[in-house]
Design a protein around this ligand. Structure first.
Ligand code: HAS
Ligand code: CU1
Length: 540
């Protein structure tokens, strides 16, 4: 059971995350129906872009940030067996982020921030939106500090001992998120906010997109890391096995931190204001960042194989059948890895400079990130929720069967939604459109995939509702939760000693800073060295 001090903190974060999620899922359903062109009564550009902006912000910023923070507090307190560094500050960060979310939501719902979740200028939102987004991010910086300081306090009291992996992973994620979010923070504070307040007439879109690209790639690892931490620490144990290699997990986390941030130009391949040489360098770096995902796929699969064999699985594949597929977090883990293999493959296509021109700004990209974010990452958020809920509420999960139905329907719904999107992208359908009133013979060939997309949207919305129902009903469930013992997987080889670099983040923070200066220094400085032209605001 989780101690009472942490319980409320974690539950508060998780509930904000999941309520934002279910609202966003409803908007998603509206969007697939609207953009299919099959329901003329629903068609409205204004509503569509308002909806898709709210959907993106709720999923990409609110669900993720609150979930990552809640999970970090959970892991810190459970893996170290002591309270977090400063509980008052954690609550302060929570409220700041919540107020920021509410401000951004007002702007979004009143149609003053239909700028999509990337809010690229010259699209302009009301200052309320930029201020709200800033508060959300600043609130999360307190969490970053909590993760690093909680780890440091534990290390001081346990000199020379390896920091528990779940804590280490969250300290890496806190560091990663802090450095990652600086790009967008600079963009909002020095460009978008003064411009939306009327203090500046125009904005340099090249500089803005460069700063946003600093954040845009690594933010995806901030979303992904809670999933990877659970895959390494919770899933092997729940499957009845051990973690194949604790060191490998640390190396993967560190690689995500070091290689994940300085490579954002793969979002700018088709943009004219950065030179091809810099894009080529960022491409090379992008390929490096696939390595930790391969390490993760290998290590987690090996851990599952250990579990399957310990459970009596025989032969080449018998261990797969022997895994406890009925256990929600194990099921989520397996589905997550399967979705990662296809979503990651798409990522490699995107990252290839020349092939990117085939898919950039098409529906393929939307397919890629729904598969790997809403699929791989978010399905683990569900698995984690089912796992921690009894430990937080002290009551059993309302229905494990419903949880399984929910996880399967989410994975299937995501495949039914995103495979057609990949196909539509290859057939030339642009992303970020509400209607296609042109080239009817071409549009006619999209029809089947458009219908499948709606079916996917319906399945996913039902699945989202099942999650909320199950979690809410669990608060009133009868009886006491049956949870006992340590919940984090032991490594197959006991971890006696670790080099300092695998037991802390300070050194890697410096490495990231140097790598960032090399890969972003001149590309940012050039905007101040050459004559640039500003853009006037535009809104939908
Ligand atoms: Fe991405 C665009 C490249 C990972 C999210 N990505 C996006 C956008 C989002 C996003 C949101 O290079 C859209 C941004 C926008 O709105 O403009 N992405 C990559 C690469 C990776 C990658 C190289 N992306 C992610 C993750 C995300 C995410 C993770 C969210 C969580 N992405 C791009 C690029 C673009 C892009 C370009 C820009 C496109 C454009 O033109 O606009 C890599 O990290 C992926 C590495 C992963 C692998 C998979 C390895 C895993 C395997 C699993 C094996 C399975 C097993 C099964 C063993 C290489 C092989 C076991 C089974 C059992 C039964 C036990
Ligand atoms: Cu990226």
């Amino acid at each position: 059971m989780v101690n009472s001090e942490t319980r409320g903190l974690v539950l508060a974060h998780f509930w904000v995350a999941f309520l934002a999620f279910v609202a966003a899922a409803l908007l998603g359903l509206y969007q697939v129906a609207e953009r299919s062109g099959l329901f003329p009564a629903l068609e409205s550009n204004v509503l569509y872009f308002g909806s898709v902006s709210t959907h993106g912000v709720l999923m990409g910023f609110v669900l993720t940030t609150f979930f990552a923070m809640g999970f970090g507090y959970y892991c810190a307190s459970q893996s170290l067996g002591r309270p977090i560094w400063n509980r008052g500050m954690a609550w302060f960060g929570f409220w700041l982020s919540l107020v920021g979310t509410a401000m951004a939501a007002v702007a979004l719902l009143s149609g003053q921030a239909s700028v999509l979740y990337t809010f690229y200028p010259p699209l302009q939102a009301s200052p309320l939106f930029y201020l709200g987004a800033t508060l959300l991010v600043v609130g999360s910086w307190f969490w970053c500090l909590e993760m690093v300081m909680t780890m440091r306090a534990w290390k001081r009291d346990n000199p020379g001992k390896p920091v528990p992996l779940a804590m280490f992973g969250n300290a890496v994620n806190g560091t990663l998120w802090f450095v990652t979010s600086l790009g967008v923070a600079l963009e909002v504070l020095f460009q978008l906010l003064p411009w939306s307040l009327g203090l500046k007439e125009t904005v340099d879109v090249g500089l803005a997109r460069t700063l946003f690209s600093w954040t845009l790639h690594a933010i995806v690892y901030f979303w992904l890391l809670p999933a990877y931490i659970a895959l390494y620490t919770l899933v092997p144990k729940a499957a009845g096995g051990r973690l194949f290699s604790d060191e490998m997990a640390r190396i993967a986390f560190i690689m995500l931190l070091v290689f994940g941030i300085p490579i954002g130009f793969h979002h700018l391949y088709m943009d004219p204001f950065q030179a091809a040489g810099w894009k080529f360098l960022h491409m090379t770096g992008t390929f490096m960042v696939a390595v930790p995902s391969f390490l993760t796929a290998f290590t987690v699969t090996a851990s599952l194989e250990l579990a399957g064999r310990l459970r009596g699985g025989k032969g080449l594949f018998g261990w797969i059948a022997a895994l406890p597929w009925t256990n929600p977090i194990v099921l989520a883990g397996i589905l997550s890895l399967l979705l990662l293999s296809v979503g990651g493959f798409g990522g490699i296509i995107n990252a290839s400079y020349s092939m990117n021109s085939l898919v950039h700004n098409t529906q393929w990209v939307t397919g890629h990130f729904h598969l790997i974010f809403a699929g791989t990452s978010v399905i683990m958020y569900f698995g984690i929720a089912y796992y921690v809920w009894p430990r937080l509420t002290g009551k059993p999960l309302f229905s494990e069967r419903l949880a399984r139905v929910q996880l399967w329907s989410w994975a299937i719904g995501m495949v039914v939604l995103t495979f057609p999107w990949h196909a539509l992208g290859l057939q030339g359908q642009p992303r970020r459109i509400s209607a296609t009133p042109y080239d009817s013979p071409l549009v006619a060939t999209w029809q089947l995939n458009e219908i499948l997309m709606i079916v996917g949207g319906i399945i996913l919305f039902i699945s989202a509702v099942l999650l909320i129902v199950n979690l809410a009903a669990s608060h009133g469930a009868q009886g006491a939760a049956e949870v006992s013992g340590s919940e984090f997987a032991e490594p197959a080889q006991p971890l006696l000693r670790l080099p300092g670099a695998l037991n802390g983040v300070g050194f890697w923070f410096v490495v990231v800073a140097v790598y960032m200066i090399v890969s972003y220094g001149y590309p940012i400085a050039q905007f101040f060295l050459m004559e640039t032209y500003g853009a006037f605001p535009w809104s939908i």
